[in-house]
Design a protein around this ligand. Structure first.
Ligand SMILES: Cc1cc2nc3c(=O)[nH]c(=O)nc-3n(C[C@H](O)[C@H](O)[C@H](O)COP(=O)(O)O)c2cc1C
Length: 320
């Protein structure tokens, strides 16, 4: 059974972005669910055996805190034996296991994973059944609408199979794999999925404001919304969406608030082994849209360590 979610807006899984510090920050700002970056099932198995030798658990590899709960881990990879093993390894630590069938990156689709699976109906059915039978925790699914424009409605069949096999919630990002991030997401597909499904549907794609979130809910009747790029460097969005859905108004935040919020993020990173390049990436995102932001980002790019970065961001804060 799915856990209870405290809000209708979820933070999307984003490789290199939705690290445990950003997830916690978004959770504190009202995200109803946060999801880890996608994780390779083979890496989970290999890491677990290395960690076991050192009497450590998989938490050393996939870092998180209990404050993020309910917490979903996203897996990718289609080898059924490995999938079963990886799901069993992570089950004790996470509240939901999400399966990735949307990633368009060629290095993922070429290994028959991510979005490429949408056209592999038999394998997909086996994947769902393997996951659902391997663990007791709820299994959810994240998909794109199809692979190319000619089969852009593959989601209909996949969703039906998913429900039959016991998948408990489906997130749809209604773009095809070959579309990447171009064009706009087709929210009518989310509406259609909601109409044909009996499990909760999470609508995803192009939400950057509280108004967008409300529009998606009103126009598609989806149960939840998921936000990726709009939440990058902008954890305030979750509070704003929750307020807007409740009372039609929300607090505006300034760029100074966003810089402040970057320092909160930085503080949270202390507890985790997040790569400095990823932290730098977050700094760039927290300054997006700021006056003088592009100059500031050139300086951020050149920073060599946390101390450098802190000074650059501090100077920007003082002069903003
Ligand atoms: C940098 C980046 C990394 C992403 N990584 C993942 C991932 O690990 N797993 C996944 O299912 N989707 C991933 N996505 C897709 C997002 O979860 C989301 O479906 C997509 O960005 C559309 O939502 P948005 O318009 O709100 O950004 C990623 C997107 C971006 C921009």
């Amino acid at each position: 059974m799915l856990p209870k979610f405290s809000g209708r807006a979820f933070l999307a899984p984003m490789a290199g972005v939705s690290d445990p510090a950003l997830r916690l920050q978004c959770k504190k700002m009202g995200a109803g669910l946060v999801v880890t970056e996608f994780t390779n099932i083979h890496s989970i198995i290999a890491k677990e055996s290395q960690l076991k030798e050192r009497m450590k658990t998989i938490q050393e590899f996939i870092e998180y805190s209990d404050e993020e709960r309910p917490l979903s881990i996203q897996l990718f990879g289609s080898d059924l034996t490995a999938l079963e093993k990886a799901a069993k390894i992570v089950e004790p630590y996470f509240d939901i296991i999400d399966y990735n069938m949307g990633c368009p990156a060629p290095h993922i689709t070429q290994q028959m994973a991510g979005g490429a699976l949408l056209q592999e109906v038999n394998l997909t059915q086996q994947i769902f059944s393997t996951l659902v039978n391997a663990v007791k925790k709820p299994i959810t699914l994240k998909i794109r609408s199809g692979v190319t424009d000619t089969n852009k409605f593959l989601f209909r069949e996949i969703a039906e199979i998913a429900e039959d096999e016991g998948i408990e919630m489906i997130t749809l990002h209604p773009r095809t794999v070959s579309q990447g991030y171009s064009g706009t997401s087709d929210w009518d597909m989310i509406k259609e999925l909601k109409e044909i499904s009996s499990v909760p549907i999470v609508g995803n794609g192009d939400i950057t404001t509280p108004e967008d979130a409300k529009n998606m809910i009103d126009n598609t009747n989806c149960d939840y919304v998921m936000i990726g790029r709009g939440a990058m460097g902008n954890p305030f969005l979750f509070e704003q969406i929750n307020d807007y859905l409740k009372s039609n108004s929300y607090k505006e935040y300034t760029f100074k608030d966003r810089l402040d919020s970057f320092f909160d993020y930085l503080h949270l990173t202390d507890q985790y082994k997040i790569k400095f390049t990823n932290i730098k990436g977050q700094a760039m995102r927290f300054t997006k849209g700021m006056k003088g932001g592009s100059k500031l980002r050139s300086k951020i790019t050149l920073s060599k360590n946390i101390k450098d970065l802190e000074k650059i961001m501090n100077d920007a804060y003082v002069s903003s």
